[in-house]
Design a protein around this ligand. Structure first.
Ligand SMILES: Cc1ncc(C[n+]2csc(CCOP(=O)(O)OP(=O)(O)O)c2C)c(N)n1
Length: 355
C-alpha cells in the first residue's frame, strides 16, 4: 500500500530540490515568507514551554518539528476559509491570522483566550480527539449551500483516525462532496502510543480509499511540498470535486504536552537526532543558502521583529489580573449541578479559600 501513496517531496533534508518539475515555482518571496512564519511560531513555541516552566502559564502543548506542516498548510488558505485546529495547531492558527495576545491568554487560563477570532474563521481548538472533523464537514457544506467558494481545513493527528468521528466526518464529506481538506499530521505517536499499535494500515493516506476520495502522502518536513498539496486539495474543493485526505509525515521533537515525559516511551536520543536530520526550519535554511536566497541581515531583522512582537504580547497577557477559576464552573449550566458546586468548593478550599 505504501507504494500506492509515495511521499511527495520537493526539497530533501539537505535543501536539494528533488522534484525538478517544481523547480521554477520556488521563489525567494515564498521561501522568505515560509521561513519567517516557521521561525515566528518556533520562537513562540519555545517561549510557551519556558513560560509554563516559570509558572506564568498553565499546561502548554508544543508542536516543534511540525512547523512546515502547519505553516505550509495555513498559508494555502484563502482569507474566508475555515480552520478547525486541535490543541497542537496554534502554529497553524497563528500563521492564518489568530491573535497572539488571545492565544497567550488561552494558555494563561483566561476566558478571553477562548473567544473565537473576530477576524478569521478559526474554531476554538478541539481538545476531544476528532470531534471537529464532522464540524468541518458541516461548515464546508454550509459554504456550498450559501453558494460561496470558501473551503474548510481540519487538522488532526494519527491517533484521531481511530475515532468514529474521523469516519463520520470523511464519509459525510465524501457523500455530499463537501469542500473540505482533512489534514492529518502523522507525528508517529498518540501521546505514548506508537502508530504501529494504533493501526495495521501502512499509511494514513490509504484510508481515503474507503471513502472514495483522493488520499495524498506528503513529506511534512518540506514546507514547499505541503503548501502545494494543500493548495491543490483546496482548489479541488472549491471546484466542487469534494474532500481530500492528506497525510503529512512529520515528527514531534518534544513532549506531548508540558505534563509529559517522552523519554519514558520513545528512544529520546533517536528522536533528538531528527532535530538535525529532519528539522523543517533547517531544511529551508539549507535550501535558501544553496539557492543564494539567504541574507544574514534579513534574518536579524525578522528575529528582532518576532522578539518584539512576542515580548509585547507577553506584557499584555501579564497585565491582566490572575484568572478567576470560578468562571470554569459558573458558565457550564445556568444553574450549576451539585457535582459542579462540589468541584468549585473543593478547588477553592485547595487554594486556601481564594478565588
Ligand atoms: C475523545 C478523546 N479521547 C481521548 C483523549 C485523550 N487524548 C488527548 S491527546 C491524545 C492523543 C491524540 O493523538 P493524535 O491524534 O495522534 O494527535 P497528537 O497529540 O499526536 O497531535 C489523547 C488520546 C481526548 N482528548 N479525547
Amino acid at each position: 500500500m505504501e507504494a500506492n501513496y509515495p511521499l511527495f517531496q520537493i526539497i530533501d533534508k539537505n535543501g536539494e530540490v528533488t522534484n525538478k518539475d517544481y523547480r521554477d515555482l520556488l521563489t525567494v518571496e515564498q521561501a522568505r515568507s515560509y521561513y519567517y512564519h516557521m521561525l515566528r511560531i518556533r520562537t513562540y513555541d519555545h517561549k510557551g514551554i519556558a513560560l509554563q516552566r516559570q509558572g506564568r502559564i498553565g499546561t502548554y502543548v508544543p508542536f516543534e518539528g511540525q512547523e512546515a506542516s502547519q505553516v505550509g498548510s495555513a498559508l494555502a488558505l484563502e482569507d474566508d476559509d475555515w480552520l478547525f485546529p486541535t490543541y497542537r495547531d496554534h502554529g497553524a492558527t497563528l500563521t492564518f491570522g489568530a491573535d497572539l495576545d488571545r492565544l497567550l491568554l488561552h494558555w494563561n487560563g483566561r476566558i478571553e483566550g477562548c473567544v473565537p477570532s473576530l477576524t478569521k474563521n478559526i474554531f476554538p481548538a478541539s481538545i476531544p480527539i476528532a470531534t471537529h472533523l464532522p464540524h468541518a464537514t458541516g461548515a464546508a457544506m454550509a459554504e456550498t449551500y450559501k453558494g460561496t467558494k470558501n473551503a474548510a481545513i481540519a487538522y488532526f493527528g494519527d491517533g484521531a483516525t481511530s475515532e468514529g468521528d474521523f469516519h463520520e466526518g470523511l464519509n459525510m464529506a465524501s457523500v455530499f462532496k463537501a469542500p473540505v481538506v482533512f489534514f492529518n499530521q502523522n507525528n508517529g505517536f498518540a501521546i505514548s502510543l506508537p502508530i504501529k499499535k494504533q493501526m495495521n494500515s501502512e499509511t494514513i493516506a490509504q484510508k481515503a480509499e474507503a471513502y472514495g476520495i483522493p488520499g495524498v502522502r506528503v513529506d511534512g518536513m518540506d514546507v514547499f511540498a505541503v503548501n502545494f498539496v494543500v493548495k491543490e486539495a483546496l482548489d479541488r474543493a472549491r471546484n466542487g470535486d469534494g474532500p481530500t485526505l492528506i497525510e503529512a509525515v512529520t515528527w514531534r521533537f518534544g513532549a506531548h504536552t508540558t505534563a509529559d515525559d517522552p523519554s519514558k516511551y520513545r528512544d529520546q536520543a533517536a528522536s533528538d537526532a531528527t532535530r538535525t536530520d529532519k528539522d523543517p526550519v533547517l531544511r529551508l535554511e539549507k535550501f535558501m543558502k544553496n539557492e543564494d536566497m539567504w541574507d544574514d541581515a534579513w534574518l536579524e531583522t525578522i528575529k528582532n521583529d518576532i522578539k518584539e512582537e512576542l515580548d509585547q504580547a507577553i506584557i499584555d497577557m501579564e497585565s491582566y489580573e490572575n484568572a478567576n477559576s470560578d468562571v470554569m464552573f459558573d458558565y457550564v449550566f445556568e444553574t450549576p449541578t451539585w457535582t459542579i458546586d462540589e468541584q468549585k468548593k473543593s478547588l477553592n478550599a485547595l487554594k486556601g479559600g481564594q478565588s
